[in-house]
Design a protein around this ligand. Structure first.
Ligand code: HSE
Length: 431
């Protein structure tokens, strides 16, 4: 089989190297040899010894090369990558991509085009790098009604949170290292603001619940406002702060949200550090399952890309109607269950309030919460801070609908006794 690689950056280079190094083992699995026939690259990757493999700067020379059976799109983004994928499909070629942004935003269109042409679009590497999570959810858990999933699905963000907590390093310093290691997106705000995680969560929710891809409905909140004080208070309550993507099926619709989250420190997923990713998936038959591995980087991501190439090769002669559907459920059996606005989501909360040090403040805070039916689970008040004389009050609440909490937060922030905006972090028990 002849493969054309489009894009020779971190993942493209890793894919080329894995295909070369493990060629014999891969052929034993696929049933035939897999040869990189041509590469499109703007710059050569010094990590690759390309030998005689032809390289062009014209990506469409690869896409339109009649000798090539499978196009591996590793350019990233929604621009040229979308044209490359749609042109490859129009040319009757199968596609393997690691591009979560493209699948999350244009996947419905791409899968429809691929189905019409009877070709495959495989995208294992688009979510959680080297973890075979698409395969696990789409095939391994196919017996289940999946109720919820929650994951650490951005390696850069987890690397930053881990280094800040463990080594006291600054946000910018760790981010620069993540960029140098090839973990971060071309625009690193995608990592720290949760957009990259929302792309991946959108894909996971679709294959878990059988709904069309709806990235525009995902709620996204980043990690840049977290403070070391919040990390320490969370620990005092027995929790860790992780940047989590959560998708949950409720009777009213699907929750689809990425935000910093307090999770109990003794959950396995709370102990996922550095660039590692982990996804918990809960099915009605299997219960809770957990998938763990490197979520970014050249060869971990190449591991998923090459597995997809092998999958495509193995099923080439299968009747297109009998292949595993792109979104796990048959295309004509997708559900119209709505994605819920974040106001309708229900979670518990961590609140940190900076209050003036005078009598009655705590009583006012408690009254505002109780008037809205918000039940306080635990409370911690620290001594006044030296620099501003303000008293940090940290509250953990029971579960409440977000709209109600927003209303309470607005009332709290309107009090004279409260300084500045308060910090709110959602809490999930994951049980
Ligand atoms: N920027 C992404 C991450 C790369 O850090 O997880 C893998 O998708």
């Amino acid at each position: 089989m002849k493969v054309g690689i489009c894009g020779l950056g971190t993942v493209g280079g890793g894919t080329f190297n894995v295909l070369q190094r493990n060629a014999v083992e891969i052929a034993r699995r696929a049933g035939r040899g897999i040869e990189v026939a041509q590469i499109a690259a703007r710059h050569l990757n010094p990590a690759c010894n390309l030998g005689d493999t032809p390289v062009t700067e014209d990506v469409f020379a690869v896409v339109n090369n009649p000798e090539i059976d499978i196009i591996v799109e590793l350019i990233g983004g929604y621009g040229v990558a979308r044209e490359v994928v749609l042109q490859a499909i129009a040319n009757g070629k199968h596609v393997v991509t690691a591009n979560k942004a493209l699948i999350a935003v244009h996947g419905n269109e791409i899968f429809a085009a691929a189905s019409a042409k009877g070709v495959m679009v495989a995208f294992e590497a688009s979510v959680a790098g080297g973890i075979p999570i698409i395969k696990a959810v789409r095939e391994g858990l196919a017996a289940n009604q999946i109720n919820w999933l929650a994951g650490i699905i951005n390696g850069t963000g987890n690397f930053i949170l881990t280094e800040m907590r463990d080594k006291g390093r600054t946000f910018d310093d760790v981010l620069a290292e993540a960029q140098a290691l090839g973990y971060a997106e071309a625009d690193p705000t995608f990592d720290v603001e949760g957009i990259d995680a929302a792309h991946k969560l959108t894909i996971l929710a679709s294959i878990a619940f059988g709904i069309p891809l709806q990235f525009d409905k995902a709620y996204t909140e980043g990690i840049s406002k977290l403070t070391t004080a919040d990390v320490a208070y969370a620990e005092a309550f027995g929790y860790r702060i992780k940047h989590l993507g959560v998708a949950r099926r409720t009777s009213e619709g699907v929750e689809l949200r990425v935000h910093p989250t307090l999770i109990p420190a003794d959950r396995l997923i709370a102990n996922v550090h550095g660039v590692m990713n982990a996804v918990m998936v809960h099915g009605d038959a299997v219960g809770s399952t957990l998938y763990y591995g490197a979520g970014a980087g050249a060869e971990p991501t190449a591991s998923s890309v090459v597995a997809d190439i092998i999958d495509v090769v193995r099923t080439l002669t299968t009747d297109p109607n009998n292949r595993v559907p792109h979104l796990a459920f048959q295309a004509n059996a997708l559900s119209d269950l709505p994605v819920l606005p974040v106001g309708q989501v229900e979670t518990a909360y961590y609140l940190r309030i900076q209050a003036k040090d005078r009598p009655g403040v705590l009583a006012k805070v408690a009254t505002i919460l109780s008037e809205r039916g918000i039940n306080i689970e635990s409370i911690l008040q620290k001594e006044a801070e030296e620099q501003d004389g303000l008293v940090p009050i940290i509250l953990m609440t029971h579960r409440v609908r977000e709209q109600k909490m927003n209303d309470a937060i607005a009332a709290l922030e309107a009090l004279d006794d409260i300084a500045g905006p308060l910090m709110r972090i959602r809490v999930e028990q994951l049980n």
